[in-house]
Write a protein that binds this ligand. Structure first.
Ligand code: BES
Ligand code: MN
Ligand code: ZN
Length: 499
């Protein structure tokens, strides 16, 4: 059983939901935890045996950090992370009950959602490539129970149903990111997309290398031509609303980024299987929209290629003709994401969707600017605001960044319409320059935002909260929320409709 602790004014306090445990211990729960060294700080876990005083064999107290103004509701992301940390600490346990949401009577939809999501995400592990003999690691928790009072039950059930879809979507992205390029080529990623889409009732279309060449997708073809594994462009559609799409999502799907002839050094390449995290997030979101039956039409575009050096690879100084006819001088083959995205953005805009959001592990400069846990959003004001609003509601860290006009000139090419990097290789404002390149391919009248998730897509450090090592599944929660926001308020069940 999991309960929450926090840092109060005079040391450790036990949060709502632990009343039953406290009573079973004769009101000495705080004393027990303090004796065990618990302080209530965020992420701390302390476990003790109940020795028959409670149905649960052990109690795990997880720290939530400093208690906000005593009566204020706990921040949802604080709960989400605590639930995640608790479930990670309990790996190997058969079944777990959580009394984290809040005290009986004060349980909110938001807190149930957060605890359910965090707990489900905390059970993640990626073991499919281990042989059985190498296992012997603790198995993830098998069954989860959320403890709520009877009055909160209907509310809780609806939130748990949603949380299961959301968590499975995040897990799909983690699995795809963690799957190495030996097991995930563009064609195999397309196979996963077809399988997932078909099961959820999402329409899916795949363009292969021949169709891509015929369609004038010179960026996707060019980036993919150095590899033995040919490129793909995947189109997804969930028609939950009108005929035209309210939201088009475009995700960078580089299944491995070696840099191409502008080869990366070995350690930079080590984690470049994460370079399809944007495409995976697009797939997971469109499938989630379908599973949640959101009354909104959402399309997804996944331009997928493997960026490799070879005798067939594009060379620095090559000129590619992208979809729509724009000529691009490729001065650095490692700036490949913008090339595949440009093609897909042009194609997505041809359908005139209400809002276009692209998601990409686009630049190392993103990590320099915002670190490994905060994604950047750039683009047109209305679109940027829609994304930051959705992100804030989900607890994902997303920060708006500008597109200073003077940075655009750096991409002027001496031979073509635009270069993919500034000639001479200036790295100044690299994330913003990349966004400028993309903006060149989005019609002026379109509402468009670009998310750079290079750092946040991958956790190279230790697990924390509900985030494991490796693929994080970041931004999917924000994108699902964004689709929900565009769908409008849920159809009313009658309670607030005046007669
Ligand atoms: N996939 C990388 C960006 C990246 C870096 C993603 C680190 C995740 C973690 C991208 O294709 C790339 O190589 N960008 C270059 C651009 C440069 C050549 C202008 C970069 O950021 O170094
Ligand atoms: Mn690259
Ligand atoms: Zn890349």
């Amino acid at each position: 059983m999991v309960i929450g602790t926090a840092v109060g004014e005079n040391g450790l306090v036990v949060t709502g939901g632990a009343a039953e445990v406290d009573a079973a211990l004769g009101g000495r729960l705080e004393a027990v935890l303090t004796a065990l060294g618990a302080t209530g700080k965020a992420g701390e876990t302390v476990r003790f045996a109940t020795l028959g005083t409670l149905p649960a064999a052990t109690v795990l107290a997880v720290g939530l950090g400093p208690l906000a103004p005593p009566s204020a509701p706990l921040d949802a992301e604080v709960l989400r992370r605590a639930a995640g940390a608790a479930l990670r600490a309990l790996a190997g346990t058969g079944s777990v009950a959580l009394a984290l949401a809040a005290a009986p009577g004060s349980i909110t939809a938001e807190s149930v959602r957060a605890v359910a999501e965090g707990a489900l995400l905390g059970t993640y592990s990626f073991d499919r490539l281990r042989t059985t003999s190498a296992k012997g690691l603790p198995t993830p928790v098998g069954a989860l129970t959320l403890l709520v009072d009877g009055a909160s039950l209907p509310l809780a059930q609806a939130e748990i149903d949603r949380a299961v879809v959301v968590a499975e979507s995040v897990v799909l992205v983690r699995d795809l990111v963690n799957t190495p390029p030996s097991h995930l080529s563009p064609a195999l990623l397309a196979d996963v997309a077809v399988e997932q889409a078909t099961a959820a009732g999402v329409t899916v279309e795949v363009l292969d290398e021949v169709a891509l060449a015929e369609g004038g997708f010179g960026g996707i073809v060019g980036v993919g031509q150095g590899s033995a594994n040919p490129p793909r462009l995947i189109r997804l559609e969930w028609r939950g609303g009108g005929e035209s799409s309210a939201l088009a999502l475009v995700g960078k799907g580089i299944t491995f980024d070696s840099g191409g002839l502008s080869l990366k050094p070995p350690t930079a390449m080590e984690w470049m299987k994460t370079d399809m995290a944007g495409a995976a997030a697009v797939l997971a979101t469109v499938v989630a929209a379908a599973r949640l039956r959101l009354p909104v039409t959402v399309t997804g575009w996944m331009p997928c290629a493997e960026n490799m050096p070879s005798g067939d690879a594009i060379r620095p100084s090559d000129v590619l003709t992208l979809r729509g006819g724009t000529r691009v001088e490729v001065l650095n083959t490692d700036a490949e994401g913008r090339l595949v995205l440009a093609d897909a953005l042009v194609r997505a805009a041809e359908e005139a969707p209400g809002l276009i959001v692209d998601i990409a592990t686009l630049t190392g400069a993103q990590i320099v600017s915002l670190g490994q846990r905060t994604s950047a959003v750039m683009g047109r004001d209305d679109a940027v605001e829609a994304v930051t609003t959705a992100a804030a509601a989900t607890g994902e860290s997303v920060w708006p960044m500008p597109l200073p006009p003077e940075l655009r000139k750096g991409l002027d090419s001496t031979v073509a319409d635009i270069a993919n990097v500034p000639p001479g290789g200036s790295r100044d404002g690299g994330m913003l320059v990349a966004a400028h390149f993309l903006a060149h391919f989005v019609p002026n009248e379109a509402s468009w935002a670009h998310l750079d998730i290079a750092g946040p897509s991958w956790n190279g450090g230790q697990p924390y909260g509900h985030t494991p090592k490796g693929g994080t599944g970041v931004i999917v929660r924000t994108l699902i929320q964004l689709a929900e926001d565009l769908a409008g308020p849920p159809s009313d069940q009658g309670s607030t409709i005046a007669g």
